[in-house]
Design a binder for this molecule. Structure first.
Ligand code: B12
Length: 294
């Protein structure tokens, strides 16, 4: 007779993954009492749920029900157990700095499997790691090619999260997202765009490097309700001003609402007035609040 240790293993794995019973229940689509019953041995999951639990914790079903010791499960090459080991921000950062795309992806996939919200992965890992990247670059500890590579890896993983997690956007009047002039920093506005999409908004993300007359064409063709403009470097604030002026001149009273945001604006006293935009938004919540008003 095999040693059936599912209740203990269930509890042990849940705690190892720092999930409360409530969080584990949510990730598995069942009630918290069911988890409590699994853990006190008064109830066992059916086959399908057993497989889901194993997947959530990145172990084999054999391990989960006590047919296999932990080391065997953990040492299997490329086993999901390795993927779902606890990852701290430092693990994520190290993989990025090493240019180890495979591990970065593994970490992101493990977060998704654990049901960590995409907004948390974006803010607490991707955005935070890019700030650290900037600091390392400034200290001369990271060459520019690596900063580029890290940006690319970050964007790749944002796409991965988007594919896995986001629902179809509504077919409503779109929102256009652009980066003006020679400003190349587009990850921030891309993040805002992705999060808006995750809330069901229809976003046309154009990114950087689009000449102003092409942005006018995009507005003409898509009739967006709002245009989000992002500036990261103070040096490029003038490009934003010029773009705003050009849009207002071309569309007059029919101009979409122009919302500006990005790190460059923190140095301005009144970013909307000083750039000519209709509104300044610091973050996603600001954009949503204003979209609800217009
Ligand atoms: C990645 C990066 C790059 C990438 C950009 C890739 C890409 N496709 O975006 C590359 C390698 C191309 C690059 C190039 C350069 N960069 Co650079 N870069 C960065 C870095 C490391 C991260 C920026 C980032 O993506 N952050 C993550 C995102 C998610 O955060 P975020 O941009 O702040 O956006 C959030 C909010 O600000 C807000 N937000 C942003 N836009 C908008 C818009 C709206 C409407 C709203 C509501 C909100 C909003 O929401 C976002 C989500 O929370 C920063 C370091 C830093 N501390 O920012 C330097 C940094 C911005 N870069 C810098 C510099 C100097 C350069 C270069 C001149 C030299 C270089 N390092 O290569 C060139 C210039 C290129 C150019 N002409 O623009 C400096 C700028 C200094 C300054 N204040 O002027 C920084 C601060 C690095 C530093 N510490 O000195 N860079």
């Amino acid at each position: 007779m095999m040693n059936f240790s599912f209740p203990q293993r269930m509890k042990e794995l849940r705690i190892k993954h720092q999930l409360t019973q409530k969080e584990a229940a949510k990730a598995l689509g069942i009630g918290q009492t069911t988890i409590a019953n699994y853990e006190n041995g008064t109830r066992v999951p059916d086959l399908e749920k057993t497989a889901e639990i194993a997947e959530l914790f990145g172990v084999s079903v054999d391990y989960l029900i006590g047919r296999e010791g932990y080391s065997a499960a953990a040492e299997k090459k490329d086993s999901p157990a390795q993927e779902t080991a606890e990852y701290a921000f430092e693990d994520y950062m190290k993989a990025l700095v090493d240019g180890d795309k495979k591990t970065v992806r593994k970490i992101i996939l493990s977060f998704l499997r654990q049901g960590i919200p995409s907004a948390t992965i974006y803010k607490d890992y991707i955005e935070r790691s890019l700030v650290v990247t900037g600091e390392l670059w400034e200290k001369g500890e990271l060459p520019i090619w690596k900063e580029h590579f890290i940006s690319e890896i970050s964007m790749e993983n944002m796409s991965l999260i988007k594919r896995r997690k986001f629902k179809e956007a509504e077919n409503s009047r779109p929102i256009l997202a652009v980066v003006p002039g020679a400003e190349q920093h587009s990850i921030g506005i891309r993040m805002i765009s992705d999060m808006l999409e995750s809330h069901g908004y229809n976003v046309i993300f154009l990114g950087s490097g689009i000449p102003a007359d092409n942005i006018l064409q995009a507005i003409e063709a898509n009739k967006p309700r709002a245009v989000l403009i992002s500036v990261t470097m103070p040096y490029h604030t003038d490009s934003a001003k010029m773009l705003i002026q050009t849009i207002k001149q071309r569309f007059g009273t029919k101009s979409p609402t122009l919302m500006i945001g990005g790190n460059a604006l923190q140095y301005l006293q009144n970013p909307a007035v000083e750039t000519g935009a209709d509104l300044y938004c610091a973050d996603l919540e600001g954009v949503i609040r204003n979209l609800n008003r217009i």
